[in-house]
Design a protein around this ligand. Structure first.
Ligand code: NAD
Length: 251
């Protein structure tokens, strides 16, 4: 019987990742939260423990291969071999193309693409050994193109191709890989976008809601629900898919 219990959620200190971590713990997984600074994971870890779940927090930069190897090793020792991985850590460095620096480009590529690659490569060893695994990558509606996000949209589109390839390579080992592409979700990242556009966050939320068919901005729990499905046992025949969770249709 493979151990299906231990999950890793990157960038789980806040926002969407924190919500996914809490949902997976509620669904019976032991959860390791990997974020830049271990201290920042304390709130989510304590919330999970207070609800009777098992969780640890680890400080690591997902774009640093040594840190990733050490972190995954620690998860394996302290919580058990990780067989569920949610690549959620992300940053934005928005700018119009003519003003975008090479640093802006590389920082975004490193966290989203290199980070998902390093984490998936480290975790798949445990998944293959268990003969069971679930990988979920956080893409975005920006993968379809978004003004001011040449770097981010390229990374998020890249994650969709990455996901499909993992699905093809790892399927025979009982491992599925899927991507969630959120639309607008009310988090700190969204607040940064409002700041860049020079509008108050409240006005920004009202304007955004007008463009969303269901008439409201998304919340982190909307994404956690999709992650819970993709990481469930029941989803074993769903792989290589991109699910837009955006309050309306996307191509
Ligand atoms: P957030 O900024 O609130 O949280 C991101 C977390 O990732 C933070 O805790 C941060 O410390 C962590 N992180 C950043 N770089 C890291 C690194 N190198 N190593 C480890 N951890 C790192 O963002 P969020 O809104 O919760 O977004 C989560 C994911 O969802 C991201 O991948 C984001 O691109 C994606 N997404 C968000 C939205 C949205 O509207 N908020 C929409 C589409 C996609």
């Amino acid at each position: 019987m493979p151990d299906k219990k231990t999950a890793i959620v990157t960038g789980g200190a806040r926002g969407i990742g924190a919500s996914i971590a809490q949902r997976l713990a509620a669904d019976g997984r032991r959860v390791a939260i990997i974020d830049l600074h271990e201290a920042d994971t304390a709130t989510t870890v304590e919330a999970i423990q207070a609800s009777g779940g098992d969780a640890i927090g680890i400080g690591a930069d997902v774009s640093d291969s040594g840190a990733v190897e050490t972190a995954v090793e620690r998860v394996s020792e302290e919580l058990g071999a990780p067989t569920v991985l949610v690549n959620n850590a992300g940053i934005i460095r928005d700018n119009l193309l003519f003003k975008m620096s090479e640093d802006d480009w590389e920082a975004v590529m490193n966290v989203h693409l290199r980070g998902a690659f390093l984490m998936s490569r480290a975790v798949q060893a445990h998944q293959v050994q268990a003969g069971w695994g679930r990988i979920v990558n956080l893409s975005s509606t920006s993968a379809l193109g978004n003004r001011g996000q040449a770097n981010y949209s390229a990374a998020k589109a890249g994650l969709q191709g990455f996901t499909k390839t993992l699905a093809i390579e790892l399927g025979k080992f009982g491992v599925t890989a899927n991507a969630i592409a959120p639309g607008f979700i009310n988090t700190e990242m969204a607040r940064q976008t409002a700041q860049r556009l020079g509008v108050s966050f409240e006005d920004f939320l009202t304007d955004v809601a007008k463009e969303i068919p269901v008439g409201r901005p998304g919340v982190p729990d909307d994404i956690a629900a999709a992650a819970a499905f993709f990481t469930s046992d029941e989803a074993s025949f769903v792989s290589g898919q991109v699910l837009y969770v955006a309050g309306g249709p996307r191509d």
